[in-house]
Write a protein that binds this ligand. Sequence first.
Ligand code: ZN
Ligand code: ZN
Ligand code: ZN
Length: 374
Amino acid sequence: MTSNRTTIPEFIARWDALRARARAVGADALVVGGGADLYYLTGHDGHSYERLTAAISLTTSNGPPAVLVTPALEAGRIIAMPEVFETQRWEDEDDPIADAVRTLPETGVALVSDDLQANHLLAMQAARPGVQFRALNETLGGMRSIKTAAERHALRAVGARADIVHQQIQAGEVPLIGRTELEVKADIHDRLLAAGHDRVTFIIVASGPNSASPHHHPGSRVINENEMVLFDFGGTFNGFNSDTTRCVFTGPVPNDVAAAWSSLVAAQEAAFQAAIPGNRLCDVDNAARAALTADGYGPEFIHRTGHGIGTEVHEHPYVTSSNDTEIVEGNAFSIEPGIYRTGAWGMRLEDIVVIEADGPVRCNATKREIVSVS
Ligand code: ZN
Ligand code: ZN
Ligand code: ZN
């Protein structure tokens, strides 16, 4: 992640909100390993390996700031923010687990982030047998699943950057026919940066029958006339991710494809309408699934409807038929139903939505049509 422009008051607000949510579920402490969660809370792009990096905090309001336990050799990359965390360096001859558990209570509940390595967690459990360790993301429905107004704004800003490239594809400005998927991927990579992303996270270019594989890896297949090309890509701007899918057809759109696409648009719109505070995430998935099933495409919709998005491309909350977590203001997730006809074509329509008090707002304005390009 690059260009961290998060301010100290924003970091403090994130910790305060997280501690309040943790207190509400009866937790006494937080243990955040390396990765996106740590970056979100401290601005430090640190990762645990055999050496432990973790931020540890009590959940008391107005308590001491968090303690960031770090290998001494990584400490030079940390930007000190004493209001947010105190840095505790350890040398290779020290026992970092002893440093880490010093901040934990003797008994109670500690919530642990997904990225804390198992060897470190097992050592902490052995050192604090009176503490019950629970999964932070499961308990809170995702630590970063409720976005502040500034974070929602960042998702809209980065979504608009991805739109620029989708609109170039729809306008026929990106040559397709006669190029390989990899050549088109390289072109899109440059365009995503030119559109203002500071990093490209992933690019799927899936042509012809390859489009029926939802996570196709672009390869040496040459794009032909009269076939489907699916584009799903994203990057980051100011630490937040874009992720949008559109499809084009390299010739006149055949009737079966046009019929499936219009069903897909209706399914995505039904899911969008269901994405209101107070509904559950499974209501969103069910809305898309019911619409596609009614039109006979149910068996060809082979994945969940969406995933949360923020500083990671995939994060909580997940939009599945079994997630009965309530939708609340500040959630942000993709709505991306698809239809996959093995051996023939596949299609997906994906926008990111942020949930405001009065309902969902799309972060993408690219037209939701299957465009014929030549
Ligand atoms: Zn995916
Ligand atoms: Zn996507
Ligand atoms: Zn997605």
